[in-house]
Design a protein around this ligand. Structure first.
Ligand code: RIB
Length: 299
């Protein structure tokens, strides 16, 4: 009997955010707004997003024994995430340096800190969490060897959702376990290299040929494209005025993973996730921007 809907394995970062009129080019210095510090990290973001929607969610992650670690644990607990799997290390909590421009677009540099210490043995030691969840979602701000161990430790019948962000070459055994692999345009082009065509309809079959059971290409305001054994389909997104896109992809992925675990098909889950992602871009920050189910556009 599952007692979580979703297990997230991934990073937890303190996001140090500055608003700028224009993101700096190489060698350029620009002035920005006052510094804001928010709880973030792709793993913690996904966990908070799912829990705020109502999913029983657990996070397996590593933070430092410091103020940033306490900020993250507080945010996770406030959202209702099971934090028994949030381990504490003597390395500082991961940090993301983020600049956001007036259109809501961002640039991010991550210093992994304790995230880099989330090791394969931590995955093997978390058997009870893996046994408790029908869907496991993972990203690439933790070591690749740890991600590969996640794919090996899935409970029978459990589904793996992977967002390869930041992108890195993936072992075949990880690709083969993905159902779905979720990529944005940057990640699709990285994975396909010279073989990438020009449109998402070109990318989807090429990505499927790499081994995942299904693929979702996120397209920002244009929604998403889903591809799998039942074919390829575009899923629209509600129109909103973006304020800050930070973490919107994490909210999309978490929502999609949760709805797949509830038995929805890929198109249905992506349609729901698009509404969650759209709501998330209308507010500043990552975790603070995530909607409850009642706040979704169209509810
Ligand atoms: O996806 C957004 C996240 O990327 C931020 O919260 C930052 O921490 C980086 O991990």
């Amino acid at each position: 009997m599952h007692h979580h809907d979703l297990l997230i394995v991934g990073s937890a970062n303190a996001d140090l955010v500055v608003g700028v009129d224009r993101r700096p080019a190489a060698g350029e210095t620009v002035l920005g707004s006052d510094l804001a510090v928010h709880p973030g990290g792709k793993g913690a973001n996904q966990a908070v997003a799912a829990a705020r929607l109502g999913a029983r969610t657990a996070l397996l992650a590593k933070v430092g024994d410091d103020e940033h670690g306490r900020l993250l644990r507080g945010s996770l607990r406030a959202a209702g995430v099971d934090t028994d799997g949030v381990l504490v290390d003597q390395t500082p909590t991961g940090v993301a340096l983020i600049v956001v421009d007036p259109s809501g677009d961002n640039s991010i540099v991550v210093s992994p800190g304790a995230n880099a210490r989330l090791a394969p043995e931590d995955i093997r030691a978390a058997g009870a969490l893996f046994a408790s969840a029908p869907v496991v979602s993972v990203q690439l701000e933790i070591p690749l060897a740890t991600v590969a161990e996640v794919a090996r430790c899935l409970a029978p019948g459990a589904r793996l959702v992977l967002n390869p962000s930041p992108p890195a070459p993936l072992p075949d055994e990880v690709l083969a376990a993905c159902d779905p692999l979720i990529v944005n345009e940057h990640e699709a082009r990285f994975m396909l290299g010279d073989a990438a065509g020009e449109t998402p309809e070109d990318w989807a079959p090429a990505l499927l040929a790499l081994g995942p059971r299904s693929v979702v290409v996120t397209l920002g305001a244009a929604g998403a494209l889903v591809a799998g054994p039942d074919g390829t389909r575009r899923v629209p997104s509600p129109r909103v005025d973006p304020v800050d896109t930070t973490g919107a992809g994490d909210a999309f992925t978490a929502a999609l993973a949760w709805r797949l675990g509830r038995g929805e098909n890929l198109s249905q889950a992506a349609a729901y996730a698009s509404r969650v992602g759209a709501a998330a871009v209308t507010r500043k920050g990552a975790q603070e921007s995530y909607p409850t189910a009642q706040e979704l556009p169209g509810e």
